[in-house]
Design a protein around this ligand. Sequence first.
Ligand code: SAM
Length: 222
Amino acid sequence: MSKLYIVPTPIGNLEDVTLRALRILEDVDLILAEDTRKTGILLRRHKITKKTLSHHKFNEHRFVEKLSDRILNGEVMALVSEAGTPGISDPGYLLIRECIRKQVEVECLPGPTAFIPALVASGLPSDRFVFEGFLPQKKGRQKRLNELKEETRTIILYEAPHRIRKCLHQLMEFFGKDRPACLARELTKIHEQFNRGTLEEILAMLGDSDPKGECIILVGGR
Ligand code: SAM
């Protein structure tokens, strides 16, 4: 049956892949991979010898039309990102939207994504939250922070490690230094770490150097 499967893959620990994800990667005609090298590591580990095709933010615009047509004409494809769930701060949306427009069946498997374990283990309220992904780097950043200042739900932000301290300073400026927060780092990896406290306390925990590895900032609502 022609279909596009969205397949979440591990965010660090290669054991975090479901049995169904592996079966689907084994069964499809083609795997669309954001990073074919990274996906190759996962496939080899599970002895899957499926053809992969590079599909990332720099070429997705060009290929969406062709790929969705191929699926419409009978092929079964799986979309994977470098890590976690495609479409979550990763490519996927354009192809998914085009498949839906053409009435091609789209199925997303449940599986790894970084912000859920970060939220749940942060100790901040997890009943209501807002996922903001990466804040705009320049244009629109101040405006977004101004809007978020009034947000009452837990706010989840993805941020590059070398910008973490700068981002925490900005958050303090907009939300106040006493806002409860959490920095979740290197989830599912050997050096997984959570820094919990106020924004000011977390900055103090980091000292003079930016943290290493992948990071998520969570901020309690107003
Ligand atoms: N698609 C992914 C997902 O489902 O979470 C997100 C990809 S996005 C390009 C990469 C960002 O996700 C990183 O900058 C970091 O903020 C977050 N991230 C991914 N893996 C992580 C990990 N193991 N620990 C902490 N944060 C992680």
